[in-house]
Ligand binder design. Structure first.
Ligand code: NAP
Length: 320
């Protein structure tokens, strides 16, 4: 089978399509014929070596990609809640050596969920990391409710475009921060107001927000604090280790100095949150915007573009 891999950390050129034997599912695992994979910034950050110092992290050769959708073609020995032929989606743990960008993958049966009949594989593969981050941030961390004012940076991106839709669904007044090129798109997602970050600095606004969700990880608690309500919440996706450490330090400072809160977000990427995303899809509260669909051979170019930090919606890789 084909599998996109890299044998040393480096730029997108290190990616190559290897021929590997098909994996066999161990007990409690399923084997999935992969149909679609949703790309995320974590994929290129791993390839570039940004997470290499984490002790749990497996060094190259490594596969690429976490979020997948496909069809179960085999089930490991023992009882299973899944069945052969079932259409499923899920997300691999990013620490392991295998990636989702392969013709087949094996995964614990707890890390897949059935895809509803009326949902396309590409839509399902777009959900886990980006949709899960937006949902966890706005519900579990910030507890957004009707009438609250929510500002989202990176409102056009993978995480941000789900966040705008979810915040609207929760009844919030939503301000999306993005480039001028994405302003119309963010309005179509449901934002009540759009801020072009090249013209206006949201941190100098005179109004206040209950929640600033820094989905693009371009701001900080210190910068956002003046536009937060007295007990407002700043949540950062912490685009890199120092941003995450900064957000963690800010969380401690915020507790000591004010009623405002700063939260460094770490996604709990599991089936419970994917189930909640499916519920939102069923309610037509969210829909992934698929900016483009590409082949395995085009992933290196796509990652090169993603590294600029200006993604709109999701890029999906089609396999079989
Ligand atoms: N901590 C976690 O568990 C977790 C989970 C998921 C993602 N993340 C991280 O979250 C970040 C975003 O992920 P993503 O999938 O949404 O990435 P993405 O699809 O590349 O989106 C990034 C967005 O940021 C916007 N942007 C760039 N500069 C900006 C600025 N100065 N102000 C406002 N927006 C700006 C871009 O919009 P324009 O083109 O309009 O500039 C783009 O839409 C990444 O760093 C990712 O690694 C962390």
């Amino acid at each position: 089978m084909r599998a996109l891999r890299f044998h040393s950390y480096g730029p997108p050129d290190v990616l190559r399509v290897d021929e590997l034997p098909e994996p066999s599912p161990a007990p409690s695992q399923v084997k999935v014929r992969v149909q679609a994979v949703g790309l995320n910034p974590i994929d290129w950050k791993i390839r570039a070596g940004h997470l290499r110092l984490l002790p749990v992290f497996r060094s190259p050769p490594r596969g690429v990609g976490t979020d997948f959708a496909g069809e179960i073609v085999a089930i490991g020995a023992g009882p299973s809640t899944r069945r052969v032929g079932e259409r499923v989606f899920g997300s691999l743990q990013p620490f392991g050596r295998e990636g989702a960008l392969a013709d087949f993958l094996v995964v614990s049966d707890e890390r897949v969920l059935p895809i509803p009949d009326d949902l396309d594989a590409a839509q399902a593969a777009a959900l886990p990391v980006a949709g899960g981050s937006a949902l966890q941030a706005l519900t579990d961390e910030a507890h957004v409710g009707p009438g609250q004012r929510v500002l989202v940076t990176g409102a056009a991106g993978g995480v941000g475009h789900f966040a705008v839709q979810i915040a609207k669904h929760l009844g919030a007044y939503v301000v999306g921060v993005c480039s001028e090129a994405n302003a119309a798109f963010v309005r179509e997602l449901g934002a009540d107001e759009v801020v072009d970050y090249a013209r206006d600095d949201y941190t100098r606004r005179s109004d206040r927000f209950d929640v600033v969700f820094d989905a693009a990880s371009v701001s900080s608690f210190a910068a956002a604090s003046p536009v937060l309500a007295a007990s407002g919440v700043y949540i950062s996706t912490g685009g890199n280790t120092s941003a995450l450490l900064g957000a963690a330090a800010a969380a401690v400072m915020a507790r000591l100095t004010s009623r405002q809160r700063a939260i460094p977000m770490l996604l709990r990427n599991d089936a419970r949150i994917w189930q909640r995303l499916l519920q939102l899809v069923r309610q037509k509260a969210i829909e992934a915007h698929i900016e483009r669909t590409i082949s395995l051979e085009e992933v290196a170019d796509a990652q090169r573009a993603m590294e600029t930090g200006h993604g709109r919606g999701k890029i999906i890789v089609r396999l079989s």
